[in-house]
Design a protein around this ligand. Structure first.
Ligand code: SF4
Length: 278
């Protein structure tokens, strides 16, 4: 067994390879780690590159793939790419779900029944509270999109990002859980996590600090290099953060994965328990 496969099997490195296809977004959330917005630098990774990296990932022992950004569904080729990736490894793709109407919604129909989950952000059962952070009209668009996806048999997960999950109003959170259950998304598909103090959240003095000591090592590939975690390749004041950059070399993937395993060293599995976000 290779050192990378061993590290994954022992839980010292996360079993999912993350990729950033883009950094731009139709939204501009107050806590966005990547300072995403419509006009930011795109930092694109093309579909051929992503497919190549995911084939390599499977050969190295990774058991899943995560796609994040930016808003991945701004890229017209994303649905087709996801179908191709799902033939290699199970996929989770993070989205704000505000683009899922008309032709963009129809384009998602081939995802039904495949090992693909779209992880959608919704932060509160109160539209006003949710929309304060994610933009006007966000709540209504997201709730409508979840219904449409579930109705089509497409896998949906929900992600709720809170300033401090431990001290959050339990009744308010329960109302959100009642809402997602009513939309057909079970408790096992709802993750609640803190705002990470990086990117726009750091500028706005929000969230909890997170570096290598708090974050599980999960190999993350962007156009700029390989990072420690999907929470690593963040942007502040327009500049890429490099404190969690592992190497600029992303091809072949074995070089990047080997570099991460070396940096992780003998760190025991579960070292990330302080934040516990994945
Ligand atoms: S948090 Fe997500 S949806 Fe919001 S601006 Fe950033 S990338 Fe876009």
């Amino acid at each position: 067994m290779s050192a990378v496969a061993e590290a994954i099997a022992e839980g010292r490195v996360g079993e999912r390879l993350w990729l950033y296809p883009n950094y731009h977004c139709n939204l501009r959330c107050t806590y966005c780690l990547t300072e995403s917005a419509p006009s930011v630098a795109r930092r694109l990774l093309g579909p051929e590159t992503i497919v190549e990296r995911v084939h390599e990932a499977r050969a190295l022992g990774f058991t899943g793939v995560g796609i994040t950004g930016g808003e991945p569904f701004l890229l017209d080729w994303m649905p087709e790419l996801l179908v191709e990736l799902a033939e290699i490894l199970p996929v989770i793709v993070l989205s704000n779900a505000t683009l899922f109407t008309g032709q963009r919604l129809t384009a998602l129909e081939p995802l039904a029944g495949l090992p693909i989950h779209i992880q959608i952000s919704l932060d509160s059962a109160e539209p006003r509270v949710n929309d304060e952070m994610r933009g006007p009209g966000n709540f209504a668009k997201v709730v409508a999109a979840i219904s449409e996806l579930v109705r089509r048999g497409i896998g949906v997960r929900l992600a709720t990002t809170l300033e401090d999950p431990a001290s959050h109003d339990a009744e308010e959170l329960e109302r959100l859980c009642e809402l997602h259950r009513s939309l057909g998304v079970g408790d096992e598909d709802h993750v609640v996590r803190p705002i990470i103090r990086r990117g726009r959240a750091a500028t706005g003095d929000m969230g909890v600090p997170a570096g290598a000591d708090e974050l599980e090592p999960e190999l993350t590939i962007t156009a700029d290099g390989a990072f420690w975690s999907p929470f690593g390749p963040t942007v502040r004041a327009g500049a890429l953060d490099t404190d969690l950059l592992v190497t600029r070399t992303t091809s072949p993937l074995a070089v990047a994965a080997g570099a991460l395993v070396r940096v992780v060293g003998g760190r025991a599995a579960g070292h990330d328990a302080r934040l516990g976000i994945r």
